[in-house]
Design a protein around this ligand. Structure first.
Ligand code: BDR
Ligand code: CA
Length: 309
């Protein structure tokens, strides 16, 4: 299995990313780190502990990272994820404690202990990964790849052209791209294909365990806010697509191209500028997701949830 550190901001879809990473046999989940994004850091850290505890995931340390973006102020996405970033279900008290280390220290120690390169899957703003690059530049060769859910080859979701994770901390995106660490972007152009339809929700519910029941409550809440905010009655389950790409190479198709992020635009701040036609004559710096096998994706999610409590 591929060793993975999951950096996230749970978040409804982040919860499923954690469950997929923990439940899929092709992934060896070594650590979870949290970042301010969908909610403030105390919420995203608490929520990570909740979803790990209730799923019965053991031996995976959880450490909090950055509470705010590199430069900008955090604007939590309560319009999608609710006031506590995990709106809908009542949250059971977590049994898993937060690690005494910071996210940066946990990433460093996990890389040092691995003895092989480790993949970082990031499903929130890239603040922690950028901070790690600044703090531990000597460890960057130990990262096999950063696979990030964020950005878009087309339009955005929080402004007309910016996706939420990119818009929250575009400076972090620029820093991470500048490191030269292999980088894969899984953006809205692909994640908007995996919709939590009623059929999908019924399949998850039929799994019949505690994680599935909690997950169904999450999906119902997520769909209601997506309908109100985005006019999409079936919400797109963005974050696990980045995990699926690592778990099953080929399930998500990618192209090698150039990604830059808009830091200064008056209307487009946080937009990812993906040069699919090679018009800019700049060297490619990323793999960009362009397609996903939707039935295979949902099968992976269902199978992973079945392995949990
Ligand atoms: C991304 O933003 C968050 O709301 C989701 O968790 C996902 O990571 C989608 O734009
Ligand atoms: Ca997220």
């Amino acid at each position: 299995p591929t060793p993975v550190i999951l950096d996230c901001d749970p978040g409804h879809d982040d919860a499923f990313a954690i469950w997929l990473a923990a439940g899929d046999p092709a992934i060896d989940l070594r650590a979870v780190t949290t970042v301010g994004g969908n909610g403030r850091l105390y919420h995203t850290t608490y929520n990570a502990r909740v979803v790990i505890s209730l799923a019965g995931i053991e031996g995976v340390p959880v450490a909090p990272g950055a509470d705010s973006p590199m430069v900008r102020l955090l604007k939590p996405a309560e319009w999608i994820h609710g006031d506590n970033a995990l709106g809908g279900p009542e949250l059971p008290k977590p049994t898993v404690e937060a690690d005494a280390r910071s996210a940066i220290e946990l990433i460093r120690d996990t890389l040092d202990a691995a003895g092989e390169p480790v993949t970082i899957v990031a499903t929130g703003p890239l603040t922690n990964v950028a901070m790690f690059a600044r703090t531990c530049p000597d460890r960057l060769p130990m990262i096999r790849e950063v696979v990030w859910m964020g950005g878009s080859t087309g339009r955005g979701n929080v402004t007309p052209y910016a996706e939420f994770n990119a818009w929250t901390d575009p400076e972090a995106v620029a820093i991470v791209l500048g490191t030269g660490v292999p980088f894969t972007m899984v953006g809205l152009n692909v994640t908007h294909q995996v919709l939590a339809t009623q059929e999908v929700i019924a399949r998850i519910e039929a799994v019949g365990n505690r994680t599935a029941a909690f997950g169904v409550e999450l999906l119902n809440f997520f769909n209601s806010t997506y309908e109100t905010d985005q006019g999409m009655p079936d919400g797109p389950l963005h974050d696990p697509v980045a995990v699926a790409l690592v778990a099953r190479p080929g399930l998500v198709t990618t192209v090698r191209t150039r990604v830059d992020v808009e830091l200064h635009g008056t209307e487009t701040s946080g937009a990812t500028c993906v040069d699919l036609l090679g018009k800019l004559n700049r060297p490619p710096n990323a793999n960009v997701a362009t397609g996903v096998d939707v039935p295979a994706f949902w099968q992976l999610v269902e199978d992973a949830v079945r392995t949990l409590a």
